[in-house]
Write a protein that binds this ligand. Structure first.
Ligand code: NAD
Length: 502
């Protein structure tokens, strides 16, 4: 019989830990650790931590990843808020310092979007995603003493991330989730798994060097739909957070566990007769051209009142976008939107080889001359053009001529499919803004700016790349990933009435 090697032993220990955490004894294990027990369970867990040095979050199986994340969760508990702050500081620092290199890797692997925006997304998340400063307790005090509402972690969170921002979503989720004391296991999109693994490895290596904890962010190295399902159903996973399109949003909503769902969008824009047309044109280009319109919040179709339609089209050209003729729009539509699914589920989707490609590529596909560096192509369509209902995720925008602002708002509402994700209006009429805001009822509603302003980029507020729409948490923060606990002290520590002057 051969003697087990050190890596074999480490793997066995990890499996045992994950089975303990997942099984009925899980509670006893947790209790032993939080009580600081030095019994067999606690010793096994810390041994496993040493055994995993070098894994830095990359795992072949869901079970191993959840086991390691469970152990990391208990070790993070012991380090308090300062430990969380330090761990997050490493993720921020690496996202900023390595943005160029990791952005290039993401662009080379996914082959969609724009390199400069891959880099920028990493930098801005390092600066703008909220961390432990959001972890404020609430206090109620009165005649009967004190009640403190604390925000506690769930434990291990399962995260599913999209190809459109593979590493940025992971980094952003990790900052939020670690700030609130959780650890996370990611099943990344298969087409962005390599950059995801590289980022996760760098984050964990730096955190491990500083704090001695590995695997605060763990990742399934070869993600599949099966591994996503396994992760959803693992008993060690306490909460699910998915960021993606309709299929994964549906799967998470049907899960038996609590899920935070950042689902698909199809953001419409309304431009009315009171708008500043040049400002509207610049904003539409800035938002829709960002990363070649891969953002779920990016402008996808524009409803314009007839009185200013031609003026806006001219303003778009002045701002540098290329207008396609009707024939060119037809040619692009046939090429860029294709049918998928069978029978009653057959529906139009963006064609994979044009998704996230440069505007110049789309222009050429339409039969127009598109110079490199072109940011956006656009053209007039009717409301039935498939570019209107489909979330195209490419830098072509259909513009629809509407009788008046009410027809524009109605068209916008229809095209958003009730996702209640994001909408944009360019107007100086507060009543029109109010009508649109009430009807579409979206999580983000941007007025007189680019969609990205809704994430604090050129607007106010904080950033996240997971905007929880169907489940209602909105732009996620550390508090999104917490449980409320109330700690009540009855009658003491309160001064009743005025002190006696004598
Ligand atoms: P996608 O839905 O194809 O994939 C997203 C993730 O879900 C991937 O990891 C994929 O492997 C996984 N997945 C897909 N079907 C699944 C299923 N049935 N069970 C489990 N996992 C499954 O989306 P994508 O192309 O990577 O990203 C674009 C989509 O994501 C767009 O619809 C966009 O609007 C949306 N998105 C939303 C947000 C948000 O914050 N709301 C952010 C980014 C992207």
């Amino acid at each position: 019989m051969s003697t087990p090697t050190a890596p074999d032993i480490a793997a066995i220990v990890r499996r045992v830990i994950s089975e303990i955490a997942a099984g009925p004894q899980g509670a006893a294990f947790a209790a032993a650790r939080s009580a600081g027990a030095s019994g067999p369970a606690a010793a096994t867990a810390s041994d496993a931590g040493r055994g995993q040095v070098g894994s830095h979050g990359i795992f072949a199986t869901v079970n191993d990843a959840v086991g390691a994340a469970t152990e990391a969760f208990h070790r993070l508990e012991a380090l308090g808020m300062e430990g969380r702050r330090r761990a997050i500081a490493h993720i921020r620092r690496i996202a900023i310092a390595d943005a160029e290199e990791l952005g290039r890797m993401e662009f080379a692997e996914t082959k969609i979007g724009r390199l400069e925006h891959k880099i920028e997304k990493l930098k801005v998340l390092g600066e703008k995603v909220p961390g432990v400063e959001f972890m404020q307790s609430e206090v109620f005090s009165g005649d009967h003493g004190l009640a403190v509402i604390e925000h506690s972690p769930f434990g291990v969170i399962a995260a599913i991330t999209p190809v459109t921002h593979s590493l940025p979503t992971i980094a952003c989720n990790a900052i939020n989730m670690i700030a609130s004391g959780n650890t996370v296991v990611v099943n990344p999109h298969p087409s962005g798994r390599k950059v995801a693994a590289e980022g996760v490895r760098r984050f964990n290596a730096a955190i491990h060097r500083d704090l001695g904890i590995d695997n605060l962010v763990s990742l399934v190295a070869e993600p599949t739909l099966e591994s996503a399902g396994e992760l959803f159903n693992h008993r060690g996973v306490k909460l699910i957070c998915v960021t993606g399109g309709p299929a994964v949003a549906r799967a998470a909503l049907q899960s038996s566990k609590r899920a935070i769902v950042a689902g698909p969008g199809n953001p419409p824009v309304v431009v009315d007769a009171t708008a500043d047309l040049d400002r509207a044109a610049r904003s539409i280009i800035q938002g829709a051209a960002y990363d070649n319109n891969l953002l779920c919040i990016g402008e996808k179709q524009v409803f314009v009142v007839a009185a200013v339609f031609d003026g806006l089209m001219a303003a778009m050209e002045r701002a540098g976008a290329l207008r396609l003729s009707a024939a060119q729009v037809d040619a692009l539509t046939k090429r860029a939107i294709v049918m998928a699914g069978e029978g009653p589920h057959r529906h139009p989707v963006p064609c994979k080889d044009l998704l996230g490609q440069d505007a110049a590529v789309l222009a050429r596909a339409a039969g127009a001359a598109g110079a490199d560096g072109l940011e956006l192509v656009f053209g007039e369509t009717d409301v039935d053009n498939p570019f209107v209902p489909v979330e195209q995720m490419m830098p072509f925008l259909p513009f629809i001529r509407c009788r008046d602002v009410d027809e524009a708002i109605e068209g916008a509402h229809e095209s958003e499919h009730g996702f209640r994700h994001t909408a944009i209006i360019h107007s100086n009429d507060v009543r029109a803004m109010t009508r649109m805001g009430r009807l579409l009822d979206t999580t983000l509603f941007v007025k007189n700016g680019p969609s990205v302003a809704g994430l604090g980029l050129g607007g106010e507020g904080y950033l996240s790349f997971s905007i929880a729409t169907p489940t209602g948490e909105g732009v996620t923060t550390p508090l999104t990933f917490t449980r409320q606990r109330r700690c009540t002290l009855v009658d003491d520590l309160r001064i009743l009435g005025s002190p006696d002057p004598a």
